[in-house]
Design a protein around this ligand. Sequence first.
Ligand SMILES: N[C@@H](CCC(=O)N[C@@H](CS)C(=O)NCC(=O)O)C(=O)O
Length: 228
Amino acid sequence: MKIFDCPGAPNPARIRIVLAAKGLDSSVEFVKVDLIGAEHKRSEYLEKNPLGTLPALQLDDGTYLAECTAITEYLDNLDGNPILTGKTPKEKGVIHMMQKRAESELIDAVGIYFHHATPGLGDDLRPYKSPEWTDRSVWGNKQRDKALQGMKYFDQVLKSTPFVAGQQFSMADITVFAGLMFADVAGIEIPETCVTLKAWRATVAELPSVKNRSGQNFDAEDLRRLGF
Ligand SMILES: N[C@@H](CCC(=O)N[C@@H](CS)C(=O)NCC(=O)O)C(=O)O
């Protein structure tokens, strides 16, 4: 299998955590796609993922999977022991619900803010980020506010359960964790009041799959140096 991604970028980090959690690091070849140079918007990459986002997983039979949720489902079920996406119908339902909230209310909102209300990834990518919008910063700032609300929502959730979708660490935690990584890069600070979310983040950062994931040494500072 091949993973097309960029070390240190937040959505690719989700899959790198999954690979570490499943012990699959050595089963994949990492192929670096130049995000800063907008390589993911060129035809060679768009043939793999027409939405032009990272990561994408190429299976050994040539099939391409995009979207972290889909890639996580695939990898988590390869060994018949899904530890991140739920075993029972109820677990699966709750994890998918929280996963969707983590995307829509946090990581995607941060991503939109980053690309539309900040210098984002730089000049090569700008033409792909809807330049026809007339008031991009107002719209982008609304997404920052949405992400802040999302942080407050997850802070509340974590007051009653140790992890985002209940008692077990799951892909919903991975998405919230990556959303906070992205927020660091985008300059959105976790509100002071979100004490539980901050404590959860510190705990999750120490989990072996998170701490030992490949490429985890890239942090917000590295990404800024790269031109983010
Ligand atoms: N929903 C997608 C989001 C992927 C995504 O936005 N990836 C970012 C990297 S962190 C990306 O490729 N951004 C480039 C762009 O939007 O042009 C997923 O789950 O894979």
